[in-house]
Ligand binder design. Structure first.
Ligand SMILES: C[S@@+](CC[C@H](N)C(=O)[O-])C[C@H]1O[C@@H](n2cnc3c(N)ncnc32)[C@H](O)[C@@H]1O
Length: 969
């Protein structure tokens, strides 16, 4: 019921997209009658006219049907939860009710909607008295004794209050209380009694129970989730303080799906009523802050962020409510919590952030009250979503500098990381001085923080900073520190060594890691291989690839890595070295031989004039597949390898199986057959591979055919399907492909694939993150050398990688840009970059996803350097980017993947969002059900109309014309 209430509200909100919720909700501060009725029983709405016409009847109904009034938003200081006072205080109670009625009548007279909600069913005086006795007991044990003695009289609210009282003891310093309760039979009996009477709890009681259980570290009790469920059934009558208490308590439910399910229910009243929630912890009420400790909007923000809850409508509602409160002075912790939570989930809200920056973060006197954690969490949050308010960042940097002696390692690393990620240097020499203070404390840093700080200094261009050597020394020199390096930290350190030209340190780092018994892992190898490939040190590359081969999990990977190594040596001009590698492979591990090894030996032998040696190595039937290679393909694929995650012991299984499928199912030297074998392999097992096959393949091929690029840069090679597609198309006119791939095992696999298909002379595969590899392209191929870009890495990176290529002047004047997966899960910032920047004829080609009957877009445009760069995107576009990222995460991590209709709804919202932001591209080939195919002619038409758009130029002008040129090796 609640879910559908939210969904229908959601739809409403989407229809009104473009209006921030301040405006949307201002017209209706309360639930509409429809919304209310969707909440279920027990809630009555009273419209002004009915009250005005019969005020007495309202008063009467409240008295006779046990209804109490709830206050209205802006006057929430007077907010009053359902009364729990004993009936014997009836006189004051009646007075209060009269007051409320008068207030209500005034509100109604002012034309506002008011609501009446059910009151707690009558309780006995004894129970009311017990509440008081329980909270006034001298110790937790006294309270439990009292509860046991009065167990037969205690009602559900009494049991709830018992827990609440215990939780307050814990908060007041009862550090061992949680542990001692676990072995106390009185505690378990209390939980049982409460469990038996859950239905008698009000929403507020239920919220108190979950809050108390969380405070008492008893979240594993079944009662915790049961009460949370019970609460979710009563949210329509739940006050904001209780909602925020529950939100805080539910943050650490470990089961992600279960947690998010509960949060999506909690979010309903937040979305609908956040504007009327109290802020809760303003400076002026510091002395009373305990009253609102869990009752604030900022606490709800914090909880939503901590729970990784990513419903955009909830953040939008919170944002507009917070903006409404901006006149109150937020405490530093509130500012920090708001920014931290929004940014943690990736919700970039420029309006809110700018307002916070203007009111707080650009004012020295405000920022002075921030502690190191507030300061650095705030900068970290901004960098996480790429929000850069230079003045605020500078003010924060100055304050960090002032407080640097109080910093813990995490504060140093977060601060440096933030500036590095935002690519701003900070006020002159300030960060360097902060880093110098960090150098003095390097012994306190753990491996993770050392890695982050090193990476950041490298990215900030402080290659000579002493911290780098101190930190690397500490990691390499201490097995204790080194053994705590996670794969991400190792990769960051490796990158730092690479970027600060410390190859020797990189070797030491890898050796130290191995000595600790840790694997270097894909990310560690990625940086190491990249350093070796991009440097001139062939020896190092050989050594690292040999190590990778030695660590490969099975013979197939081992063979693939050795082949890849031989290919690299050959490309570097060391044919004899390449031949020796393969001879070594055959001698040491004959089973690790693949048909690619045979092909390579034949080619190398010919080039070396060592045919006899080659044929000896090949044996009689050198190119035949070893039976051990065929078996896995024929016997199918492990079910784990077909899951969405494809991790752990089965990582790379499906990718290496794909290589086998080509080696077994296509003749060498035939790219068409190799691509067909990949498709057959996936289709026959319904095994989705993230490749641009089917209609997407047609688009890639046709764009390459029409553009005739001299150099195509592909980002994201995976198994080499699209690299083969482009390479087979451009090789006839002498074109070349540079394919960038971050995963060193994918690189290995792609090199094998290309060699087998006879395309390794056309494609250079470069290991590393696009961010690190793109500058290398400039060194290797020169400025303005790129005529075509095909981006297939991660949608959120498209625009920044493209911007980097523009900045480095890599793109030729007529470059054509193409990217995949722009609709699902979406790349709105990329579309903005093309539609509003130095490009023309931005076109979305509607295509089907490989193996799925679902629509996606490939979006292309032509470079037009005469146009200015794209302006800052509107805030709504960031919201769209947030939704895309959310959907991407859902499809990766949710227990149940988004359904077809989820995707459909998502893409509808996406297109509407683009339209509202004024950057909806023209769409070609809307396939729908009646128009399933995109044809080569569709792509040809795009080129022709683009030429017309540029003033009727011959479409030849749009091509790179495939000019022959010599590329450096
Ligand atoms: C969708 S797959 C590419 C499929 C391929 N283009 C095809 O159609 O056959 C994405 C690949 O991009 C790689 N990748 C992701 N982010 C990257 C980055 N920033 N730089 C380089 N490679 C990246 C991943 O490792 C993965 O192999």
């Amino acid at each position: 019921m609640l879910k559908s209430a939210y969904a229908s509200f959601n739809d409403g909100a989407r229809n009104g997209r473009g209006l921030r919720s301040t405006e949307r909700l201002r017209s209706s501060q309360w639930y509409s009658p429809e919304e209310l009725s969707s909440f279920g029983d027990g809630v009555a709405s009273v419209r002004p006219e009915s009250v005005l016409s019969a005020p007495d009847s309202v008063a009467e109904s409240s008295a006779t049907q046990g209804l109490s009034f709830y206050g209205k938003g802006p006057s929430l200081a007077k907010f009053s939860p359902p009364s729990r006072r004993p009936e014997r205080r009836d006189a004051s109670n009646m007075f209060r009710d009269k007051e409320r009625e008068r207030e209500l009548s005034e509100q109604v007279a002012a034309g506002q909607n008011v609501f009446v909600m059910p009151k707690r069913p009558p309780r006995s005086n004894e129970c009311y008295a017990l509440d008081k006795d329980l909270s006034g007991a001298g110790s937790p044990s006294d309270a439990l004794d009292l509860a046991m003695a009065k167990a037969e009289v205690m009602d559900a609210p009494n049991w709830a209050n018992l827990l609440y009282a215990l939780a307050h003891w814990k908060k007041k310093g009862g550090h061992h209380l949680a542990a001692s309760l676990r072995s106390d039979s009185r505690w378990s009996r209390s939980l049982q009694r409460l469990q038996a009477s859950l239905q008698d709890l009000t929403a507020r009681d239920a919220a108190n129970v979950v809050w108390s259980l969380a405070t008492l570290e008893a979240k594993q009790e079944p009662l915790f989730l049961e009460t949370a469920d019970a609460l979710c059934g009563k949210l329509a009558v739940c006050d904001p303080v209780s909602i925020s208490k529950a939100a805080w308590a539910l943050t650490s439910i470990p089961n992600r799906d279960r947690r998010l399910e509960l949060y999506s229910k909690l979010a309903v009243p937040v979305v609908m009523r956040a504007d009327s929630f109290p802020l809760g912890s303003s400076k002026c009420s510091e002395s009373l802050s305990h009253v609102f400790l869990h009752g604030s909007l900022t606490m709800i923000c914090y909880s939503f962020g901590k729970a990784d809850f990513r419903e955009g409508d909830a953040y939008e509602a919170l944002s507009s409510a917070l903006i409404g409160h901006m006149n109150n002075s937020l405490r530093p912790i509130d500012v920090c919590n708001v920014i931290w939570s929004f940014c943690t989930v990736g919700y970039r809200d420029d309006v809110l952030f700018t307002k916070i920056c203007e009111m707080y973060l650009t004012k020295e006197e405000m920022v002075r009250d921030f502690n190191p954690q507030d300061l650095t969490n705030t900068t970290w949050g901004f960098c996480k979503v790429g929000f850069c308010h230079r003045e605020a960042m500078e003010t924060l940097a100055f304050e960090c500098h002032r407080q640097r002696d109080r910093f813990d390692p995490i504060h140093f690393s977060n601060l440096l990381y933030s500036f590095a990620m935002l690519r701003i240097p900070g006020p002159p020499s300030l960060l360097a001085e902060v880093a110098s203070t960090a150098s003095q404390q390097v012994a306190r840093f753990d491996a993770g923080n050392l890695a982050i700080a090193c990476w950041a200094l490298a990215a900030l261009g402080m290659s000579e900073h002493p911290f780098l050597d101190c930190a690397l020394e500490r990691v390499i020199g201490s097995s204790q520190v080194c053994s705590n390096l996670g794969s991400r930290a190792l990769s960051m350190l490796a990158l730092a060594c690479f970027r600060t030209a410390r190859p020797g340190r990189l070797d030491q780092l890898l050796d130290a890691t191995r000595l600790c018994g840790l694997g270097v892992g894909a990310s560690g190898y990625s940086a190491a291989v990249m350093a070796a490939e991009q440097g001139k040190d062939q020896e190092r590359e050989l050594r690292i690839l040999r190590q990778m081969a030695a660590e490969a999990r099975d013979v197939r990977m081992q063979a693939a890595v050795c082949n890849s190594l031989a290919l690299r040596l050959w490309k570097r001009g060391d044919t004899a070295g390449a031949f020796a590698v393969l001879r070594g492979l055959k001698e040491s591990s004959p089973h690790s031989w693949s048909v690619v090894s045979s092909l390579l030996v034949a080619r190398l032998g010919t080039e070396l004039g060592a045919l006899a040696e080659a044929s000896e190595l090949l044996g009689g039937d050198g190119a035949a597949l070893d039976a051990a290679w065929e078996a896995p393909v024929l016997s199918g694929i492990h079910p784990m390898a077909a899951t969405r995650q494809n991790e752990g012991a089965h990582a790379y299984t499906r990718e290496f199986m794909t290589l086998h499928a080509v080696l077994c199912g296509a003749p060498p030297g035939d790219p068409d057959a190799a691509m067909a074998a990949i498709e057959r392999f996936a289709e026959s097992r319904s095994l989705w591979l993230k490749i641009t096959a089917w209609e997407k393949g047609v688009v890639v091929q046709e764009v390459a055919r029409w553009a005739q690029p001299r150099l195509t840069v592909e980002i994201g090679a995976y198994v080499g399907y699209s690299a083969m597609n482009v390479a087979r198309t451009v090789r006839s006119h002498g074109g070349r492909v540079a394919s960038l791939e971050v995963d060193p095992l994918h690189v290995t696999l792609v090199r094998n694939m290309l060699e087998y298909a006879g395309l390794s002379d056309v494609v250079d595969v470069w290991t590393g993150y696009s961010f690190d590899s793109i500058p290398h392209l400039l060194k290797t191929y020169g400025p303005r050398s790129v005529d075509m870009v095909f981006m297939d890495q991660k949608g959120t990176r498209f625009h920044s990688d493209l911007a980097l290529m523009e900045e480095l002047d890599l793109l030729s004047d007529r470059a054509v840009i193409l990217a995949d997966n722009v609709l699902k899960p979406g790349a709105p910032l990329y579309i903005w970059h093309l539609a509003k920047g130095s490009y023309h004829h931005c076109t979305a080609i509607s295509v089907r996803e490989f193996l799925l009957q679902s629509e996606d877009w490939m979006v292309m445009a032509f470079r037009d350097a005469s146009k200015p760069p794209a302006p800052t995107p509107p805030p709504e576009l960031h919201r769209l980017a947030f939704e895309s990222d959310h959907f991407r995460k859902k499809s990766m991590f949710d227990g149940v993947a988004p359904s077809k209709s989820d995707w459909w709804k998502f893409s509808q919202g996406f297109v509407t969002g683009l339209e509202l932001c004024g950057c909806k591209p023209r769409i070609v080939g809307l396939h729908g059900r009646d128009n399933p195919k995109i044809t080569p002619e569709d792509v040809a038409r795009i080129f022709r109309t683009a030429a017309e758009e540029r003033g009727g130029e011959d479409d030849e002008v749009l091509r790179g014309r495939g000019a022959q040129r010599t590329w450096p090796s």
